[in-house]
Design a protein around this ligand. Structure first.
Ligand SMILES: Nc1ncnc2c1ncn2[C@@H]1O[C@H](COP(=O)(O)OP(=O)(O)O)[C@@H](O)[C@H]1O
Ligand SMILES: [Mg+2]
Length: 253
């Protein structure tokens, strides 16, 4: 029995200028559930995450070798369209970055860019995305408010709603809660768990507890190499590699 695979990485290496940031990473990321990338700062977690929707393309001197397949298609092939890719694979960053516009316009941005919805359809889509991001009840009466007026945690959920509004297949989170207070962090974690039921969710976190709370599978990286990848419970309780064991038990990093 095989699980449906969303991303298949085959010997992926990444370079910034002449410096190699990732060494021949090979792994499958299933279509459902949450996959966490953990490891010490600088080990290549963000680089790998950003290679899943070609966010690194804009970095001068960036190069990738190997293959990244999304639903079986090579996303780096000359025929692949990065704009269409980023619609299918959304991203949420560490610092919430709402546009300087209203709550409604933030969420409507993607559908307006990619689709031709009637005003009524657009309003429904915005509501759908805000509900999915667990923000609807807090903002439904003030959709014209500037996004910057929201709290930090609400702004981060707004960014999640913005990413969801184009109905992506996958959502990438790069330390989405590291700038948030504990309550807001808990809400984002709940959301990550919930979204993993219907989407492919990949989350970079330096918070090991967070990985154990949200991730079905965890991948541990060290110095640009994938050291160990497996069910989160196994990786944390019965790691196969001594470096993984040292890391998850807090002996370094
Ligand atoms: N834009 C960049 N230009 C040059 N080097 C970079 C860039 N981004 C990351 N790197 C380097 O690539 C390596 C991996 O970085 P990163 O993927 O950000 O690690 P992590 O997210 O695990 O902290 C580090 O050595 C980092 O300095
Ligand atoms: Mg990072």
């Amino acid at each position: 029995m095989s699980e449906e695979v969303r991303f298949r990485l085959q010997q992926v290496s990444c370079f910034y200028g002449g410096t190699r940031a990732l060494h021949e990473v090979t792994m499958d990321i299933p279509a459902r559930g949450v996959t966490a990338f953990i490891g010490p700062s600088g080990c290549g977690k963000s680089t790998l995450l950003r290679s899943l929707n070609r966010m690194n393309d804009v970095v001068p001197g960036f190069a990738l070798t190997g293959r990244v397949l999304l639903d079986g298609q090579d996303i780096y092939s000359s025929r692949a369209d990065p704009v269409a890719l980023r619609r299918r694979v959304g991203m949420v960053f560490q610092r919430s970055n709402p546009f300087p516009s209203s709550i409604f316009d933030n969420v409507a941005y993607g559908p307006r860019l990619h689709e031709r919805l009637s005003p009524a359809q657009l309003a429904l889509r915005v509501e759908e995305a805000l509900r999915a991001a667990a923000l609807w009840d807090e903002v439904k009466d003030r959709l014209n408010l500037q996004a910057s007026m929201l709290s930090g945690g609400q702004q981060q959920r707004l960014c999640i709603a913005r990413a969801l509004a184009v109905r992506p297949e996958a959502l990438l989170f790069d330390e989405p809660a590291s700038a948030l207070d504990p309550l807001s962090t808990a809400r984002v974690e709940e959301l990550v768990l919930e979204l993993g039921r219907s989407l492919t969710v990949v989350i970079v976190t330096h918070n090991l507890q967070q990985a154990t709370r949200v991730a079905d599978r965890t991948a541990f990286f060290l110095l640009g190499r994938l050291v160990e990848y497996g069910p989160t419970v196994e990786l944390f309780t019965t790691p196969k590699d001594s470096q993984t064991e040292a890391y998850v038990s807090g002996r370094f990093g």
